[in-house]
Ligand binder design. Structure first.
Ligand code: PLP
Length: 450
């Protein structure tokens, strides 16, 4: 392999997502293979996968059962369209998903990415009311600082300034209610933040429910917003309010689904059953791009009728319901069952909590937030006041580059270091990752101060 040529071509012709290419030029990385929780670059350097290859790789890399399922499916067919015709693995996967998702959800609409599953949820919720003849319900409500993907529809119901400001002229307007985080509330009190957020939601619903088609929220954790957890009881109360005001409740489980928070789906922490739920990432164990929007029968029925009535849901892409992806998802979910992976993940999360407590002793580590194996480590200049380092110093980013040198990969979210190891990480892997994070954070954050 001519590594020099690969670098040259990657810098000359590639354009990487969510990446300032100058950063890539300064610190290029080309992955060549993976085995278990480790990735290997073209020079043979190994890296622990501390962010599950963007929060989705569940079992590590090259998991035999999933590899075999894909190979077996290849011997039958790689792909045929789902437009007007189902295929075998997509039917089997739908049955499985309906068993696993909360009671009340009965219909699976496939797509290829988390953002698309959200686009579909938005279009469905909108058209649901149109099909029922309630045409004024066209608006959406979101939580401030939420992230639901990067397509124009998905950013219109998201509100992370750094991602969304650039495209504001393209977006439709949504209502945003403050997220109930103690760390953002002036009182620093979770209960007060929760009560105020719910009161704001109620006021908004009272004033605008006739225009509101749906409320969309991330499930229990605002991930890309910096790993902020909802207080207990909050999601349940949102479900109740949506029912009271006849607003569709859409829960985004793209990041939190498939064991990530110590439950199969994070809604289980609250016993919530939404009208529409979006799932992606871990669905194929991080192998292939499958996503789904899962709905109740009531939502589905609003689309059922004669072609003449124009109730058809107009959405579907070339690769929707791809057989290889569905076969990978089925093998993935079989491993979940065989290995009791969700319970294992919950136990590992307790272990990680202890490791993170150790990291929390560092002078420049502020809040550490965690639900299951979904963790964020905030890097601060001043531990007492939580004052961050100046953004231009990119302290968390530099810490992740140092981690890379020490043999671990992850990506920062502003001043927060993401720690989302594969659920299948061993206790030794987790120890190793914690040692690397501690060393890198210590070195980088002290560099500027002393
Ligand atoms: N929704 C949530 C909550 C996410 O965290 C993400 C991605 O991180 C998305 C949607 C978008 O998913 P995808 O990157 O597969 O489009």
């Amino acid at each position: 392999m001519d590594t020099k040529h690969l670098y040259e071509i990657s810098q000359k012709h590639m354009w990487l997502p969510f990446t300032q290419m100058k950063d890539y030029e300064e610190a290029p990385l080309i992955i060549e293979s993976g085995e278990g929780v480790r990735l290997k670059d073209i020079h043979g350097n190994e890296y622990l996968d501390g962010y599950s290859s963007l929060w989705l790789n569940v079992h590590g890399h090259r998991r035999l059962e999933i590899d075999d399922a894909i190979k077996e499916q290849l011997d039958r067919i790689a792909h045929s369209t789902l437009l007007g015709a189902a295929n075998v693995p997509s039917i089997q996967l739908a049955e499985k998903l309906i068993q696993l998702t909360p009671e009340g959800l009965t219909r699976v609409f496939y797509s290829d990415s988390g953002a698309e599953s959200v686009e579909i949820a938005i279009k469905m919720a909108y058209q649901y009311w149109q099909n029922k003849g309630i045409t004024e319900k066209t608006k959406f409500v979101t939580l401030a600082n939420g992230y639901h993907g990067d397509t124009v529809g998905a950013i219109s119901v998201g509100s992370i300034d750094i991602y969304h400001r650039v495209y504001s002229a393209l977006m439709f307007n949504s209502f945003a209610v403050p997220f109930p985080s103690a760390s953002w509330h002036p009182s620093g009190d979770e209960q007060t933040a929760k009560e105020e957020s719910l009161a704001a939601m109620r006021t908004l619903f009272e004033e605008h429910h006739e225009q509101i088609a749906g409320l969309i929220v991330e499930s229990m954790v605002q991930g890309a917003g910096g790993m902020h957890m909802m207080p207990a009881g909050y999601l349940k109360e949102l479900e109740r309010l949506c029912g009271e005001f006849q607003i569709l409740f859409i829960v985004d489980e793209v990041a939190t689904g498939f064991g990530r928070t110590g439950k199969m789906f994070a809604v289980e922490h609250e016993g919530v059953s939404p009208d529409i739920m979006t799932i992606a990432k871990g669905i194929t164990g991080g192998y292939l791009p499958i996503a789904a929007t899962v709905t109740t029968e009531e939502v589905y029925e609003a689309f059922y009728g004669d072609y003449k009535e124009m109730k058809t849901f107009f959405h579907g892409h070339s690769y929707t319901g791809n057989q290889l992806g569905c076969a990978a998802a089925l093998a993935n979910l079989a491993i979940f069952e065989k290995e009791n992976l969700v319970e294992q993940a919950a136990r590992k999360a307790e272990y990680v909590k202890k490791l993170l407590t150790e990291i929390n002793t560092l002078p420049h580590v502020g809040e550490i937030r965690q639900l299951g194996l979904m963790c964020g480590i905030e890097i601060v200049k001043d531990k007492a006041t939580n004052e961050p380092f100046p953004a231009e110093e990119r302290t968390a980013y530099r810490a992740t580059l140092r981690m890379r040198e020490l043999g671990m990969l992850t990506r920062p979210l502003g001043n927060v270091i993401v720690f989302m190891p594969p659920l299948a990480s061993s206790y030794e892997d987790l120890d190793e990752m914690a040692v690397i994070m501690k060393q890198a954070i210590h070195e980088i954050s002290n560099e500027k101060v002393y």
